[in-house]
Design a binder for this molecule. Structure first.
Ligand code: CMC
Length: 393
């Protein structure tokens, strides 16, 4: 008993006050610190969005240069960390590697675990943003059985990441600027999304005073699930399973069938009851990448576009306000960029790290912050007496 509001899935509970990201789900609007995602993705780059999310304002040229320098300074990871990777089974899922290695950063960067020091909080933020691409690329390299590639600090953030993933010894690798721009845009689109499950997990973990690396590891664990960050992997697998436009009606019928657990992956959203603004930009990016690579007639793109067209004119999806979300098109783009599906959620985690860390900082710096401690409605047995084992039936 008790006077608690029961709100399963927190559909109508605000867990915090925040000045970082605003979503109007009915209008299909997403703003970072007041700036529309469309403008940031079109005109800015990822590190500029990182600065904006962390500090609240777009940087001047001098501030941007200084920020890029400070992030770049931290791109290396401690050499001993590479032993963590080789300790994993060869076929480990890269997300499992990420959960482990990001948590392990706490054991290498002790100075940044002092969350009472504002300077160390900022150093931890820079370290996380800088080291995530390095760790993600190492998870990829380990996954495909190739040697690790060190960061190249002369390259921009996205180009350096592509280089660490796709460069191989004894072969020249030149980053394609169109693909690097697409990668950067994917990072911008995923950078923050207010109090989603993984961000709430980071905040809850952080509310106990846990160090930022441990909190981000908790966020990565939460992101892994197919209802959240794992949806991009699930959406691509679904498009591949559908295989051809002729099979679409069968899958639409399955998605509508209450007795079939199948859902259209990359469709629907807890907050957006309109087209996800990120999905629109993602779709455009998909076309740009496929055109650049000469894959214009990718059969999965054809399936995706036809599936979207049919679903958007189907009464079930219209009535329930189910629209494509960011994950619907991102998988096709990531696959075209050369990533296996198992890496998709890792890339989401890489980009979302800045959102997690900005939200964590905001929480830690909020004087009204308390440890998160939800209550429950108890529905179990009433008080009863212990029974010795020989008397139990
Ligand atoms: N296909 C078919 N029916 C659906 C779908 C779908 N993708 N999504 C929701 N529905 C139906 C659902 O069956 C329910 O019907 P009814 O009211 O008759 O029981 C109704 O729509 C509401 O669904 P819900 O599960 O109660 O809604 P929710 O807000 O709890 O779930 C969601 C949101 C994103 C988990 C869900 O739409 C879903 O499972 N989508 C597929 C997975 C996906 O694409 N996830 C990525 C989300 S965006 C990226 C991110 O934030 O991580």
């Amino acid at each position: 008993t008790g006077c608690f509001t029961y709100d399963p899935g927190f559909t109508s509970t605000a867990s915090c006050e925040s000045q970082i990201t605003y979503i109007d789900g009915n209008a299909g609007t997403l703003l970072y610190r007041g700036y529309p995602i469309e403008q940031l993705a079109e005109h800015g780059d990822f590190l500029e969005s990182c600065y904006l999310l962390l500090y609240g304002e777009l940087p001047t040229k001098a501030q941007k240069d200084d920020f890029v320098n400070r992030v770049t300074y931290h791109t290396m990871i401690h050499e001993q960390m590479s032993r963590f990777f080789t300790g994993f089974r060869r076929d480990a899922h890269p997300m499992a590697i990420m959960v482990g290695t990001v948590g392990a950063l706490s054991a290498f960067y002790h100075d940044s675990t002092d969350i009472s020091d504002p300077h160390q909080r900022m150093v931890a933020s820079l370290r996380m943003i800088a080291k995530m691409p390095t760790l993600a690329a190492m998870a990829y390299k380990y996954h495909v059985g190739q040697p690790f590639v060190y960061p190249r600090n002369d390259l921009d953030y996205a180009s350096n990441f592509l280089h660490m993933c796709f460069a191989v010894p004894c072969e020249e690798y030149k980053v394609n600027p169109v693909l690097a721009r697409a990668m950067d845009r994917i990072f911008i689109l995923h950078a923050d999304h207010e109090q989603n499950a993984s961000t709430s997990t980071v905040r809850l973990a952080g509310s106990s005073g846990a160090n930022p690396f441990a909190c981000i590891a908790a966020g990565i664990a939460c992101l892994w699930g197919p209802a959240h960050g794992g949806a991009n992997e699930a959406a691509l697998n679904m498009l591949a399973e559908i295989g051809s436009v002729d099979n679409i009606p069968e899958y639409i019928a399955r998605a509508k069938d209450k007795n079939d657990p199948f859902r259209l992956m990359g469709f629907g959203h807890r907050v957006y009851k309109n087209y996800d603004p990120r999905a629109r930009i993602m779709q455009k990016t998909t076309h740009e990448v496929l055109a650049e690579l000469g894959h214009r007639d990718d059969p999965l793109l054809e399936v995706a576009m036809e599936l979207e067209r049919i679903a958007l004119s189907d009464e079930y999806f219209v009535e329930k306000k189910l629209y494509p979300n960011i994950d619907f098109y991102s998988g096709i783009t990531l696959r075209a960029l050369g990533f296996p599906t198992t890496m998709f959620t890792v890339l989401f985690a890489l980009a979302r790290t800045v959102g997690w860390i900005a939200q964590w900082k905001e929480m830690v710096e909020d004087p009204s912050q308390k440890i998160g401690r939800p209550r429950q409605l108890y529905t179990g047995a009433g008080p009863r007496d212990y029974m010795p084992i020989n008397q139990r039936r």
